[in-house]
Design a protein around this ligand. Structure first.
Ligand SMILES: Cc1ncc(COP(=O)(O)O)c(C=O)c1O
Length: 406
């Protein structure tokens, strides 16, 4: 048995079977490429699901991690340490926020935001306000609270009852959100660009109207930017596209360059409700992840970096539009902002992922019929061209196979 087969066999034996994986074993990465154990190279249009913003092998990031690892890796939140304070200062001075809470993942950031919102409501609005309004197509994570706000039956149903009090309004419909806000609601949560739900950008007017509704009804507004934040859309934060500022904002994925880190950005209004001991996590804001995040953030926030993301994002969308013109029977719509792109197909997207991979490109899906491209933010136009060439071949093959399903 070769090494690949051995890893796959051992995984089946020892790892809980929650993931479906293709039959390759990834070994190392450089720039925007990943290499498997057989040495085959893949252009990475997934980047660890919108995580590896700087690609692979960024020297400064590696040095920052190594330097901090030599000094001190962990000492808990019982003591003062400097790196997370420096990171928080940078996040606050670059955003709407006044305070930051650090945690370890996107779902944990959402849980944190939910707890802060409940605490705020408890202290400021009286009565029992514990519920949330989320939106159709939303994805906020797999823990009980985040899952309660996630509009995906398949993920929710096997684990019910979830955290009670969640209602779903139509994405893009502030009037429906207002109708769903009850006397028991403490906050509304929305992704400025839905990622997992199929790459759907929230309309600017919708976000303005939603903020207005939240103000009038005295509930907090939470933006989940776990996937669309931190440069992915060509702005440092996705909310900057609309100019609408939330009360709380969740971050994770690219924050620490591939190390696990999440954050909740909080304005003074919401932060003032929190007392010592209200929330905690052992690893949150640890020294190594914070040192990594400082380095990632130093790069991401540069105007020149964000401008380049915008330019490459526009190029990607333009090339995808050309592809849509070439395959009208297979492509329903091109959606996206910056380097978060979705291609909605008339056929199931899942089976095409393998055809991309065989031709040396990794892509992922966002729902059943959407191919999603979330490459490292340092991708070049030539690499985008390669992706489009492979996409053309994959769709050509699908067309020959009798493609159209709807
Ligand atoms: C918008 C959004 N929120 C939350 C999450 C959950 O993040 P994590 O997988 O780090 O828990 C995701 C993950 O895809 C996400 O896209």
């Amino acid at each position: 048995m070769d090494k690949i087969q051995q890893v796959i066999k051992d995984e089946e034996k020892y790892i809980l079977g929650t993931y479906v994986r293709p039959p390759i074993v990834l070994d190392h990465g450089r720039g925007c490429y990943l290499y498997d154990t057989g040495g085959k190279r893949y252009l990475d249009m997934v980047s660890g699901i919108a995580v590896n913003a700087l690609g692979y092998g960024d020297k400064n990031l590696i040095r920052a991690i190594a330097r901090q690892s030599e000094k001190l890796i962990h000492c808990s939140n019982l003591y003062y340490t400097a790196p997370h304070v420096e990171l928080a200062k940078q996040l606050v001075t670059s955003s709407f926020a006044d305070k930051v809470f650090f945690c370890n993942s996107g779902a944990e950031a959402v849980e944190g935001a939910m707890k802060i919102a409940r605490r705020w409501a408890q202290k400021n609005t009286g009565g029992e306000r514990a519920g949330f309004v989320a939106f159709t197509g939303s994805f906020h994570g797999r823990t009980f609270g985040a899952l309660a706000l996630t509009d995906r039956k398949k993920y929710r149903m096997p684990f019910e009852p979830l955290v009670p009090g969640a209602r779903f309004a139509r994405f893009g419909d502030a009037g429906d959100a207002e109708a769903k806000i009850g006397v028991d609601t403490c906050a509304v949560i929305v992704e400025p660009v839905q990622g997992e739900g199929g790459v759907n950008q929230a309309d600017t007017q919708f976000l303005h109207d939603l903020a207005d509704v939240c103000r009038r009804r005295d509930v907090l507004l939470i933006f989940d930017e776990v996937q669309c934040g931190l440069g992915r859309t060509g702005k440092l934060f996705a909310y900057e596209h609309s100019g609408v500022k939330p009360d709380l904002l969740t971050l994770a994925k690219p924050l620490a360059g591939g190390l696990p880190m999440g954050a909740v950005l909080v304005n003074e209004k919401a932060a003032s409700a929190i007392e010592k001991g209200d929330h905690a996590t052992t690893f949150g804001g640890g020294l190594v992840v914070s040192a990594a995040a400082i380095e990632v953030f130093r790069k991401l926030k540069k105007k020149s970096f964000l401008k380049a993301v915008q330019a490459r994002g526009e190029y990607l969308l333009q090339r995808l539009e050309e592809l849509a013109g070439q395959f009208p029977s297979l492509i329903v719509a091109i959606r996206g902002l910056g380097l978060l792109a979705g291609v909605e197909l008339t056929v199931d997207a899942g089976p095409l992922v393998g055809s991309f991979r065989e031709r040396g490109v990794l892509v992922c899906v966002a729902g059943p019929r959407v191919i999603r491209a979330v490459p490292p933010l340092v991708i070049s136009n030539e690499q985008i061209d390669f992706f489009i060439n492979v996409f053309t071949k994959v769709l050509g093959e699908a067309e020959q196979d009798g493609g159209q399903e709807t």
